[in-house]
Structures are given as structure tokens and as C-alpha cells.
Ligand binder design. Structure first.
Ligand SMILES: [Fe+2]
Length: 373
């Protein structure tokens, strides 16, 4: 289900509009990237307003179930189109009836049938994958669905899945990216689920990759943390991997491996009873201080076990609520600080990620400036 506005016709004009939108002020977000805009089932034929990167977007399904995402502001007096009404596969503004097709082109305006040539709204490319709707926030000509986060085991029947509703965080999305490059916080924030003694101080290894940062560590011959004790298929101590990886702009894979003690480590053969949980986390900035957080987990055991899926969703959601409570307060603390904050050696992965992401944002802004000249 793939649509891309303005490709083929009027690209030069569309590019110009794109540049004009970008050149008004430097962007604080990476725009040429895919973000999750919603769970696919959240999008219906009804007009809905969503906010991504500070932009209000009118989103709906057309008569062939395609997901349509239009700039949510009539070019006349900026009434949100989501306050108007659907007429077939067009959207009619609720103020003076300007009507837009699914590519954002105005097809009717009052006044002797004359439609101003600039009476269009931006149409965002949207693509459905993994049960999620992904939106491209930058120049449509650069949208490539092959760049959507790759999840190799998603359709593998040997892997079970559990998922839950998106969460809204009252904090900047980078605080959640920090959190997902920080294996140590589980010892304090998730002491009853993901944390245990070794998670406090075992050394971290940081790797910068071509598309993000990985922070990981093996903890050998340790007691499984409480959440994992409930789901792994062996008893006794384990070797445990925490692999925390965030890719630009704000998408994370958290891989947990639990294997009987003596079979793990960097060169371990792993045991037949190994438990692997891949946790996928997609952060979508709504504004500078609000984030929508989408997540699900894949596991290598008992794929059809619905009770296990429910247990995992409930426990993970509970843990993520613990993150939300901390991060919302961290946002307040950092916003209102009266003394400088400090960094620790454990922050190395987060700092590298932020530095590279900012360099990518700066580069986009520089290109926009050059094209606007
Ligand atoms: Fe956490």
C-alpha cells in the first residue's frame, strides 16, 4: 500500500514547496526519514488529526483502503481539513468548501470555478508495514520504503509476537532514545522486572554503526531478572546479553538473550533452551516535548501461546510506564534546571547518537538553505 504524491507530475513545483516549508526556519528534527504515524488499525475512513514533527496532518483511508496523509490546513484560511468532511475520496474544507484530492491538489474552489494554482496542500508518502503506518516527513522524491527499519523475524512463524497500544510521553523523543541506549537504568527503574544485581555495574561496550549506535554487554553466570524468570525455559543461572541499539532518527532494537550459564558470551554456542526477545521501539516526535511511543516484542519460544503473549505485553507495558514516569520528570528537571547537569561514562552511547543525529539534521538544514538561495 504505497502512494507518493507529486512524483511524475509537478515535481519541480512540489520540490519548491518543500524547500519553502523547510526554509522558513531551521528544522530541529531529521525530516528525510520514516516515522511511525499510527498503528495501521487506528487509521479509518474518518478524518483524524495527528501531529508529527510539530506538523498537523489529516489522515484517513480512501475507498481503496490506501492511507492518505495531507497537510491539515486549508491554504485559504488554515482551517484544519480534519474539521471538514469527506466527499468520496476528496476532502472538503468546512469553511468555504475548497476541495482536495488524495494528492493534495485542490479540485474545487468557490468563485466562478477558478482554482488558484497554489491552492494545494502537502501530501505525505505513507507506507504500511509490520502493522504500522510509516510516514515520510521530508522531500517526497527521496522517500524509499527500503529504508524502513528491517525486522527479519517479523513474518517467521517460529517467532511469537506481543504488542500493546502506543504510549504518549510528555518528554522530548531523545530522552527515550537515551533510555534505549542505557542498559544500566533497568537496575533502578525496573528492579522488579528487567533488573538484577549485575545490571548495576557490569561494563558496557559502545559501537557506532553506519545507521546508529549499539551499547551492549554480556553478564555471565548471573541470576535471571524477575520478568525473564517467568518466561525462560530453563532453571538456574544464565548468561545474559543486553543489546541496546538505536538507529537514526529514533528507532530501537533491544535484544535480550538468556542462555544457561556457560553457553553465552561473545563466542558462546548458546543452548537449545536459549530465550531471545527482540523488543522494537519506535519513537515519533509529536512536538519538541511530546512523543508517541510504539512498541512490540518478538520471541523465539512458544509462538502461538496467547497467554504468554498477554503476560509479556502486560509486564512490558508496566515497565514502560515506569520509564514514562521517570522520563516525564527528567524532562521537567532538565527544562527547569538551575545548575548544570553532568554526564557519566555510561552516557557514552547516548552522546554519540545525539551528536551524529544533530550532524545529520544540520546537514539537511544546510542543503535546504543552499537550495533556497
Ligand atoms: Fe526502561
Amino acid at each position: 500500500m504505497w502512494r507518493i504524491a507529486a512524483l511524475g507530475t509537478g515535481l519541480a513545483t512540489r520540490d519548491r514547496i518543500e524547500i519553502d516549508r523547510c526554509s522558513m526556519e531551521a528544522n530541529m528534527f531529521l525530516r528525510n526519514a520514516w516515522y511511525v504515524v499510527a498503528w495501521a488499525e487506528e487509521i479509518t475512513p474518518e478524518l483524524q488529526q495527528v501531529t508529527v514533527l510539530g506538523e498537523r496532518i489529516c489522515i484517513f483511508r480512501n475507498s481503496t483502503e490506501e492511507i492518505i496523509a495531507l497537510e491539515d490546513a486549508c491554504p485559504h484560511r488554515k482551517l484544519p481539513l480534519s474539521k471538514g468532511r469527506k466527499k468520496g475520496d476528496t476532502v472538503e474544507c468546512g469553511y468555504h468548501g475548497l476541495t482536495f484530492d488524495c494528492a493534495g491538489k485542490c479540485v474545487w474552489a468557490p468563485g466562478q470555478g477558478r482554482i488558484p494554482s497554489n491552492a494545494n496542500v502537502h501530501a505525505y508518502p505513507v507506507f504500511q508495514k509490520y502493522g504500522l503506518a510509516w510516514i515520510w516527513m521530508g522531500n517526497p522524491a527521496l522517500a524509499d520504503t527500503n529504508e524502513i527499519f528491517d525486522i527479519p523475524n517479523y513474518d517467521d512463524p517460529a517467532w511469537g509476537i506481543n504488542r500493546g497500544a502506543a504510549m504518549e510521553l510528555q518528554c522530548n523523543y531523545l530522552l527515550m532514545c537515551d533510555n534505549l541506549l542505557d542498559p544500566t537504568h533497568v537496575a533502578w527503574v525496573h528492579a522488579g522486572s528487567f533488573g538484577q544485581a549485575a545490571t548495576k555495574d557490569a561494563p558496557l561496550r559502545i559501537t557506532k554503526t553506519h545507521d546508529g549506535v549499539i551499547v551492549h554487554r554480556w553478564m555471565l553466570n548471573v541470576e535471571p531478572a524477575p520478568f525473564y524468570k517467568k518466561v525462560i525455559g530453563f532453571s538456574g543461572n544464565c548468561d545474559r546479553l543486553q543489546h541496546y541499539e538505536v538507529r537514526y532518527p529514533s528507532h530501537a532494537l533491544i535484544r535480550a538473550i538468556f542462555t544457561p550459564a556457560g553457553t553465552g558470551g561473545p563466542d558462546g554456542a548458546l543452548h537449545d533452551d536459549v530465550f531471545i526477545m527482540d523488543s522494537y521501539n519506535f519513537m515519533t516526535p509529536m512536538t519538541e516535548s511530546e512523543t508517541r511511543y510504539y512498541w512490540f516484542q518478538l520471541r523465539n519460544i512458544r509462538p502461538g501461546d496467547e497467554a504468554l503473549s498477554r503476560l509479556m505485553s502486560d509486564d512490558v507495558q508496566h515497565a514502560f510506564e515506569e520509564d514514562r514516569a521517570v522520563l516525564n520528570e527528567v524532562q521537567k528537571g532538565m527544562t527547569n534546571k538551575t545548575t548544570p547537569h553532568i554526564d557519566l561514562p555510561i552516557d557514552g552511547g547516548q552522546l554519540r547518537f545525539r551528536r551524529q543525529l544533530q550532524a545529520m539534521i544540520n546537514e539537511e538544514n544546510e542543503v535546504d538553505r543552499q537550495m533556497a538561495d
